[in-house]
Design a protein around this ligand. Structure first.
Ligand SMILES: Cc1cc2nc3c(=O)[nH]c(=O)nc-3n(C[C@H](O)[C@H](O)[C@H](O)COP(=O)(O)O)c2cc1C
Length: 231
């Protein structure tokens, strides 16, 4: 079990080493470290400095209560509660459709779960709602009046959280899956209905004995998404 703090990591190293971790050790990082990360992450740029991110952190009893409430909600509504936003467009086009498929295939491949094994996939999906075993989870909310500009600011904040976590020897997994149960999460945390739940995030020490954590999601080459105009 390693709880080493990796200090002095460059931004580049943190970016290159970060990846989504989907199995965590039980040991909890000190809350003060998490608070430091969340405070520093707020140095993220945001349009007109609105800082539209609203963060709720759960651990201990609060985390257990939330997980129990979600278990009941999943039993009631296996497909999720009423949507606050659509995670993907219904007609996800190429190359995005294939990329999503490859990610699912990569994760399930590591777990030895076959594509057609719906039951095993649903069982695994349930791990999302336990923060993949991470002892600390956060939720990122945004005022429902806000649009794409402010939502992109959330991404900048959350990326900072993930990189700062990496620097502190921690790992993370952002989780849009929680948005499927936005009503239960908001009720449990006392968040007003005027707020939209963007995503959750698992934070903790990676369990490197779990095969699922070996998956490294590929990236498109620069030329596929970047056009340079120079003449
Ligand atoms: C906003 C956001 C939401 C995500 N939601 C989930 C999720 O619900 N469950 C999950 O297992 N991974 C989730 N991911 C992780 C992505 O699948 C992952 O970032 C992507 O496959 C690239 O892999 P990497 O993070 O390991 O580089 C999410 C990532 C982001 C940025």
């Amino acid at each position: 079990m390693s709880t080493t703090q990796v200090r002095g990591m460059s931004v580049g190293e943190a970016i290159r080493q970060r990846r989504s971790i989907r199995a965590f050790q039980e040991v909890a990082p000190p809350l003060s470290v998490i608070e430091g990360i969340l405070a520093d992450a707020a140095r993220a740029a945001s349009g007109s400095n609105l800082q539209p991110w609203i963060i709720h952190v759960v651990l201990g009893e609060a985390r257990s209560r939330l997980i129990e409430a979600i278990d009941r909600a999943v039993e009631r509504s296996p497909g999720g509660e009423s949507e606050q936003y659509s995670i993907f467009p219904v007609d996800l086009r190429e190359p995005y459709f294939s990329r999503r498929g490859a990610t699912a295939a990569g994760v399930y491949g590591m777990l030895g779960v076959k594509r057609e094994d719906h039951e095993a996939r649903m069982l695994w999906r349930g791990n999302n709602f336990r923060f993949f075993g991470a002892p600390i989870g956060l939720f990122c909310f945004v005022d429902s009046a806000f649009g794409p500009g402010q939502w992109s600011d959330l991404g900048m904040y959350l990326q900072n959280v993930m990189l700062l976590a990496k620097e502190a020897g921690l790992d993370t997994c952002a989780q849009e899956a929680w948005s499927l149960y936005n009503q239960t999460v908001s009720t449990q945390l006392g968040v007003a209905p005027s707020m939209t739940l963007f995503c959750g995030m698992a934070i903790g020490y990676a369990d490197h004995n779990q095969a699922v954590n070996e998956f490294v999601a590929p990236r498109a080459n620069l030329a596929e998404f970047c056009t340079i105009h120079s003449a």
